[in-house]
Ligand binder design. Structure first.
Ligand code: F6R
Length: 241
């Protein structure tokens, strides 16, 4: 895992978007997976801006969902698909046919999981942008996760349930999520983990200093097939040497 501290969040965002654009220029039908959550929103917006400005053609890109809360419709404000739609898919006019997310309001969740597993087996992931949870989770891969897991349904950790309130207008009684598994994440051609803000400083330090363990899922990214890049801004990197 190569960690890099950026002088400003804006520089970090520019770096990530430059990398995504380079991937798409090389492979117009690349599969991109961008985490939801607050951290990557500036990346989504900048990518949409460049698409609208004609600086990158996203029309053939396949957008793969990383994870989703179980039990909410895709229109619910705060879901992963709603976040990506608001900040990237709608402004960049991405065709729904190019968007491959878990439908967690589907009746048959195992069928949904199988559908996404088949998609990843067929297309792989060219670039995955991840965020880190306050407990070190990646996607909804919570502490204790199997490193060999494919997409699966998980019980949300208590920390995740506490933090999730920031995403929603209402107090939903959510208990589980569906997430891509580490087997799929670690096989991606490029893996980038980004963290911004002082609230992430402690978990960033712990992740950098700890050997791979499933008790701190972010450390498992050190096992990625292609070395994971860990991009942090100064606030998130303040406890690093
Ligand atoms: C969201 C996701 C989560 C978040 C993480 C950090 O799709 O996969 O793992 O990346 O919880 O969330 P923020 O960015 O809101 O701090």
């Amino acid at each position: 895992m190569n960690d890099q501290v950026f002088r400003s969040t804006a520089q970090l965002v520019t770096q990530v978007v430059d990398e995504i654009v380079a991937v798409v220029q090389q492979k117009p039908d690349a599969t991109l997976c961008i985490a939801a959550g607050d951290t990557p929103i500036p990346v989504m917006r900048e990518l949409a801006r460049r698409a609208l400005a004609g600086e990158v053609d996203l029309s053939r890109v396949r957008f793969l969902g990383l994870d989703e809360w179980v039990g909410l419709t895709p229109q619910t404000k705060g879901t992963c698909i709603e976040t990506l739609t608001t900040h990237l898919f709608a402004p960049a006019q991405i065709s729904p046919r190019r968007i491959h997310f878990f439908r967690t309001d589907a009746e048959d969740l195992p069928e949904e999981i199988a559908r996404i597993n088949d998609f990843v087996a067929l297309h792989g992931i060219d670039y995955i942008l991840l965020g880190i949870g306050m407990n070190g989770h990646i996607g909804f891969n919570e502490p204790g996760v199997e490193v060999t897991a494919q997409a699966h349904q998980v019980a949300l950790a208590e920390t995740t349930k506490r933090v999730m309130r920031k995403y929603f207008d209402q107090d939903f009684p959510l208990e589980s999520g569906i997430t891509l598994g580490f087997a799929q994440i670690l096989a991606a051609k490029q893996v980038v983990l980004m963290a911004t803000g002082a609230q992430k400083a402690a978990i960033v330090r712990k992740t950098v200093r700890t050997a791979p363990t499933n008790q701190l899922p972010a450390t498992l990214l050190k096992l990625a097939a292609h070395p994971c890049r860990f991009y942090v801004d100064q606030a998130a990197g303040q406890e690093l040497e």
